[in-house]
Ligand binder design. Structure first.
Ligand code: ZN
Length: 371
């Protein structure tokens, strides 16, 4: 009797049921595509795909067998090549326990964004990648503070809605452009937090080297040129910047961040707005802004690398790391009878300093001439 052929579809079925290459029956002949599918799956993967009929374990938070306490893992993972394809499988996947858990988490984070005043009206949106070509997204025209799991939709890379009764957000394509350009991204978060959005409106990139945690967890904040929200041009601009930056200010619009999971993307939103708020307040204190040194910044960038986060400044010279010469906090106070006091950052341009000295000299001379 001829040996049975084990096809690509057999391999996908096996992986979907939680099997691995080790479970291929003895004596069968593997087709080349079946071999490719099995070798692309993580070694020893035993947990069933979330859309398998059998009850699947939660995608996150399940305690590991190790006795040592470790950090909870909220990263959603899937077996490459195992996306559900038929409408029935897609619906089953969309209603599975791990996906319901993610929908609930999106609602919780939406409430946190709204309570912190990061969103107003129907502003803000979130996306989580849950497959090679599958993404959970918030619906359009909904307050992020009052979402329920049934408002979440499922879309593919082209933004086509695959499941969910409410229409997906119109800014979906901007989020998808991040996933397209940045394979490390697993979740994205967009909002209009007041302080960071003020920088976006003023077209001011927040300076670097002011607060160590921001250097480690945010890195340098990126700037994406203004384009109409939700337009292909906006998606293109944001996708390009997301290759190098976890947090992006969309000029005249707001902030978009990406991370390993939705909580991580949201933390970057909090980090960005708090950082912008602190720099803004510090710039009003009239004493200039002090930066750490390039050498100290280098240590933080190394720490960032150890935590598994890339940094585009990795190979920059130390003298370039804390160059904030573009940052202009502006005049902070002008008292009658006294010259304006302008904050000067540690890396101020000598030409600007000269202009400032000249302006003060002119004011004094004018006052002397009048007295
Ligand atoms: Zn927006």
């Amino acid at each position: 009797m001829a040996k049975r052929i084990f096809t690509e579809s057999d391999a996908r079925d096996l992986l979907a049921k939680g099997g691995s290459a080790a479970d291929v029956p003895a004596g069968v002949l593997l087709t080349p595509s079946a071999r490719d599918v099995l070798s692309a799956a993580p070694n020893g993967h035993r947990s069933p795909s979330p859309w398998a009929k059998a009850a699947a374990p939660a995608a996150s938070g399940s305690p590991p067998p190790a006795s040592e306490p470790i950090l909870p893992n909220y990263v959603y993972t899937w077996v490459p090549g195992s996306d559900p394809k038929t409408p029935a499988d897609i619906e089953r996947f969309f209603r599975s326990a791990p996906i319901e858990e993610l929908k609930q988490r999106m609602c919780d984070i939406g409430r946190r964004m709204w309570e912190r005043e990061y969103t107003d009206g129907n502003g803000g949106n979130m996306v989580i990648r849950v497959g090679d070509n599958l993404f959970l997204t918030t619906q359009t025209l909904i307050s992020k503070g009052f979402m329920t799991p049934e408002t979440i939709a499922l879309v593919d890379f082209d933004g086509r809605q695959l499941a969910g009764k409410y229409k997906r957000t119109s800014e979906c394509m901007t989020h998808l452009a991040i996933f397209r350009n940045q394979p490390k991204a697993r979740a994205t978060c967009h909002a209009h937090p007041v302080h960071a959005t003020a920088y976006a409106v003023a077209n001011v990139r927040p300076p670097t080297c002011m607060i160590p945690e921001a250097e480690v967890f945010l890195g340098q904040i990126g700037m994406a040129e203004y384009q109409t929200p939700g337009s292909p041009a906006n998606a293109e601009a944001v996708g390009r910047v997301a290759k190098d930056h976890h947090a992006i200010l969309m000029v005249n619009h707001g902030v978009i961040t990406w991370g390993d999971h939705i909580e991580d993307a949201y933390w970057k939103m909090e980090n960005t707005d708090s950082y912008c708020k602190t720099i803004w307040i510090a710039s009003q204190l009239g004493n200039g802004l002090k930066t750490i040194t390039g050498g100290q910044a280098r240590e933080l960038i190394d720490l960032r690398k150890q935590l598994g986060m890339f940094d585009k400044r990795e190979n920059w010279k130390e003298c370039e790391l804390c160059d904030n010469s573009e940052f202009r906090p502006g005049v902070v106070c002008v008292n009658a009878g006294s010259p304006p006091v302008a904050p000067v950052s540690s890396s101020a341009n000598p030409a600007d300093e000269e202009a400032l000295v000249q302006m003060i000299t002119d004011l004094i001379m004018e006052k002397v001439a009048r007295s």
